[in-house]
Design a protein around this ligand. Sequence first.
Ligand SMILES: Cc1cc2nc3c(=O)[nH]c(=O)nc-3n(C[C@H](O)[C@H](O)[C@H](O)COP(=O)(O)O)c2cc1C
Length: 331
Amino acid sequence: VLTLPRVNAQPSILATDLAGVTLVNPVMLAAGTCGTLDEMGEVIDLSRIGGVVTKSITARPREGNAFPRVIDARAGMLNAIGLANVGVKHFVEHMGPRAGQVPTRVIGSIAGFSIDDYVTVAALMDDEKGIEAVELNVSCPNVNGGTEFGADPISLAELVGAVRPVLASTRLLVKLSPIAVGLPGMTAVARAAVQGAGVPGGPNGRPGADGLCVANTIPAMAIDVVSRTPRLANTTGGLSGPAIHAVAVKLVYDVYRGAARAEGVPVVGVGGVMRWEDAAEFILAGASAVAMGTALFADPRSPLRVVRGLERWVRRQGAGHVSELVGQVRV
Ligand SMILES: Cc1cc2nc3c(=O)[nH]c(=O)nc-3n(C[C@H](O)[C@H](O)[C@H](O)COP(=O)(O)O)c2cc1C
């Protein structure tokens, strides 16, 4: 039996257990697209959505990349924000105490350039009562090796093994990078994330991640053909929105069947959810929850419509609860 957080009363048909954290429904707001913490609360009633993921927080404040760093793409957006954020010191002093008052679940996203960076931020977030889970954004270049932690199972397992022990009460999610696209690459990194260094810990007694988020933006580039210069000041960036949705559905499908289902950890599907049908697709592919990013730029209220559409869909499918449909694509 799921206990609902004391927020808005909503039909329990959509209540979602995300690695031991109960969400009122499976629709969350994706990292970096909804402000640092609860800024979206000015536009929508946050108690009606499953959770918010914070902007990725790093050990030190970062200004991010030069402008332009967000441009439109034909079916989505290209961004190269460069992890602009207030840094963990400012975050815990000014926003940490507020996290407990946000009327939905708060997941703290962490980015870093070394294992120490991630461990430092994770330990400080673990102390914040209002942060139910952290999500490791492993898509930043690993300074030593020059590749992303998320692209290499060995460095990812090492990273997860180092962060796990500093999280006493907070769930650990790993947001996979689509750089490791396709089997067996994605499955290998997913397994590395859930197995970590093999030493059980945290509130669920798991050796690695309690859940996986699939996935981040896909590396991409756009060129102005008149000036013959890249359209992003950073030259390249990450593609998001409808353009990546079908790719993300396959990644969720692969990760669910190749690693998450057997390990018993939930998957959060991210990439191009604009309408309820996109969220339903993720659920059928194996996601227990979804997060929306680019859609918020087009219409910040769209998550509420996705929640309503999902509720009707679950009923029309004849299911008593959304969880009955997770991974139920007929293949
Ligand atoms: C402007 C912008 C900023 C983002 N910042 C972050 C971030 O700080 N950390 C992170 O893990 N993902 C970040 N993302 C990726 C999103 O969380 C999400 O994974 C991606 O955009 C795909 O979902 P969507 O198609 O619904 O936008 C960002 C995306 C955008 C568009």
